[in-house]
Design a binder for this molecule. Structure first.
Ligand code: ADP
Ligand code: ADP
Length: 228
């Protein structure tokens, strides 16, 4: 895994209004940082800048100490986990997890693919489901397949965009503890966008509060949410 450094990051869209305005955060290797703030405050824009889906207007982004402003998304080797999972419906769980290993730079041999997918599936308790299609899985299982993809790639960090917001309360609780366990086991550097205070409290090492693109607060959940 890797550290991620955001230094004076600015994003202006065509209308010139800064959606992200001078944001600086140093995320340590293995740290879990939560991004919160009202709708439209720039959370998704910031995630997309980190992952490389959005150009950086000014400022500096480094991953593992290397400047990444102009690197293509796949050179950054970050794993984005979305709420809609973005799984391929016609592929089995095995093939969905293996997918990143069949492409480009990460291309692995057949036996390497088998061993990495098997290992990830066992960590995520998906071993019995490897032959299923996504449509035949529960919401929580689909979420785990999406995370399996990131694990096999040995990504430098996980970026989560409200991954649990479509789940019912029970499943959300389960997934929250799964993400926490995974985090403890792998020591993943993570940036996680959420509206849910319980998720911020349980998962976050630190919480970054954004408002109109500006970083308002950066503190531990305890400092932020507990009464003085
Ligand atoms: P959040 O994820 O916190 O809801 P966003 O990052 O989606 O916020 O949006 C931040 C601001 O940038 C909002 O004012 C939004 O309207 C604007 N914005 C987002 N994407 C675009 C875009 N592609 N073009 C122009 N403005 C955008
Ligand atoms: P949970 O989401 O709490 O794991 P579910 O009730 O969604 O539980 O699923 C229970 C079990 O049934 C799971 O092991 C899942 O793989 C299986 N399952 C769910 N939906 C289907 C389906 N459409 N076809 C086959 N198996 C399914």
């Amino acid at each position: 895994m890797a550290s991620i450094t955001l230094k004076n990051l600015v994003k202006k869209y065509d209308d010139g209004f800064p959606a992200v305005n001078d944001v600086s955060i140093e995320i340590a290797d293995g740290e879990f940082v939560i991004l919160v703030g009202p709708s439209g405050c720039g959370k998704s824009t910031l995630l997309r800048m980190i992952v490389g889906l959005e150009d950086i207007t000014s400022g500096e982004l480094s991953i593992g100490g290397r400047r990444m402003n102009d690197a293509a998304p796949r050179e950054r080797n970050l794993a984005m986990v979305f709420q809609n999972y973005a799984l391929y419906p016609h592929l089995s769980v095995f093939e969905n997890i293996a997918f990143p290993l069949r492409l480009g730079k990460a291309k692995a041999t057949k036996s390497e693919i088998r061993s990495r997918v098997t290992e990830a599936a066992s960590m995520l308790e998906l071993t019995e489901h490897l032959d299923r299609k996504p449509a035949n899985l529960s919401g929580g299982q689909r979420q785990r397949v999406a995370m399996g993809r990131a694990i096999v790639r040995r990504a430098e960090a996980f970026l989560f965009d409200e991954p649990l917001s479509n789940l019912d309360a029970k499943l959300r609780g389960q997934m929250r503890s799964e993400i926490l366990q995974l985090q403890r086991r792998l020591g993943t550097t993570s940036v996680y966008v959420t509206h849910d205070q319980t998720e911020a409290m349980t998962l976050g090492d630190r919480v970054a509060v954004l408002k109109r693109g500006v970083l308002q607060q950066l503190a531990s959940p305890r400092e932020l949410y507990e009464q003085p």
